[in-house]
Design a protein around this ligand. Structure first.
Ligand code: SAM
Length: 354
């Protein structure tokens, strides 16, 4: 059985690692930079165990049971092939009672002579035709259908399947009652933990925590860790507290209103094992000049509070400046990768104190 997993572009390998750990799956194809991977499982059907495992995964946005994959190309003639492939996919066997369905479609890449709406229309028609030809009284229902048929064209490849993970992207965890204006996706926060190699029991700090995503995700994952959430803006700290209460991890996090360019005034020397943070980029918040001042202050003061062997992982659009400054401070830059962050390409950078 094959699954299509979607994730944040640039973090496909991390989703692959999590899938191997949770589901013992084998990665068949990694669509780097596209936020997609195809994995294979020994099992031949989706049972409660697999559902539970999928819903506990923290790096993915959706999971689709793959029924068909076919090269269809870019011209509008692809739509005929998409119809045929859908009719022959066995999709009608998944239309459980009351036999209502909706189609979610995506078109990824450039140069197609058709849109995702066309894919939805053709796939929907094919599902209706094949089901009725087999006596299944199927109906389209956009609100709470019994099955969501997932269809995508990724460059020239058409993929069809059944969405296992529900209508809402899995990065929407449900605890975000306060929306920070530049909030990080929890799936990115989780992936940054993996890049930092955090283990349970380590002291984890987000020195620019905004609405608290990193701290909350860390508290949910690392039961024995002390977690610290600092922001200079009291309104954001209030929002982070509301989110932590909603996530039921308020008691696990220490909230501090303070300036993280002077971390050594807020925390003891060598007291932090790992930092995971999404500092301002100077795009939505602040300016490029302010960002450089903030990064410099953050890195210099961080050097004092980080334990030896401690790691810091940042997501930023200013990775070159951050790498240069980190080295000037005395950190070793271990890893840089490009990731999509909302409508921007940013970088995740891992630095280490020797
Ligand atoms: C991109 S936001 C972080 C968003 C957060 N990851 C979330 O998911 O809500 C950056 C945060 O850095 C904070 N910040 C900027 N300069 C700071 C400083 N010198 N000390 C502490 N926090 C600072 C801002 O107030 C802002 O909340």
């Amino acid at each position: 059985m094959k699954l299509l997993l979607t994730t944040n572009p640039g973090l496909e390998d991390i989703a692959g690692i999590e899938c191997r750990e949770e589901l013992d799956c084998r990665v068949v194809e990694l669509r780097k930079g596209r936020g997609r991977l195809i994995v294979e499982l020994e099992s031949n059907g989706v049972d409660d165990y697999i559902y539970t495992k999928i819903s506990s995964m923290r790096s993915i946005h959706s999971a689709v049971l793959l029924l068909a994959t076919h090269k269809v190309g870019y011209s509008s003639r692809a739509l005929e092939t998409i119809y045929e492939v859908t009719v022959n996919s066995g999709i009608e066997n998944y239309l459980s009672y009351p036999h209502t369905f909706a189609v979610e479609s995506k078109r990824i890449g450039e140069g197609h002579e058709y849109h995702s709406m066309d894919i939805s229309r053709v796939v929907g028609q094919a599902v209706v035709d094949v089901s009725r030809s087999k006596g299944i009284p199927v109906a389209v229902r956009l609100n709470s259908p019994s099955v969501i048929v997932y269809a995508e064209v990724d460059d020239e490849i058409f993929r069809l399947g059944v969405l296992l993970s529900g209508e809402r992207s899995m990065h929407r965890r449900g605890y975000r009652v306060y929306d920070h204006p530049a909030a990080l996706k929890p799936s990115i926060a989780y992936s940054m933990f993996r890049i930092a190699g955090i283990t349970d029991g380590e002291v984890v700090l987000d020195p620019m925590c905004g609405g608290g995503t990193v701290a909350i995700e860390a508290a949910m994952l690392y039961e024995n860790s002390s977690i610290i959430c600092i922001d200079k803006n009291i309104e954001y700290i209030k929002g982070a507290i509301m989110n932590a209460l909603a996530a039921r991890v308020y008691n696990r996090i220490q909230f501090i209103v303070g300036d993280s360019t002077k971390l050594d005034k807020l925390l003891s020397h060598d007291s932090v094992d790992a930092v995971v943070s999404n500092p301002p980029y100077g795009i939505r918040m602040g300016s490029p000049g302010m960002v450089k001042r903030v990064y410099r202050g953050l890195l210099y003061s961080l050097y004092n509070v980080l334990s030896s062997g401690g790691r810091a992982v940042f997501i930023t659009t200013e990775s070159k400046y951050m790498a240069r400054t980190s080295e000037a401070v005395g950190f070793k830059v271990d890893h840089i990768r490009r990731v999509r962050h909302g409508d921007l390409w940013a970088s995740i950078i891992l630095i280490r104190k020797a």
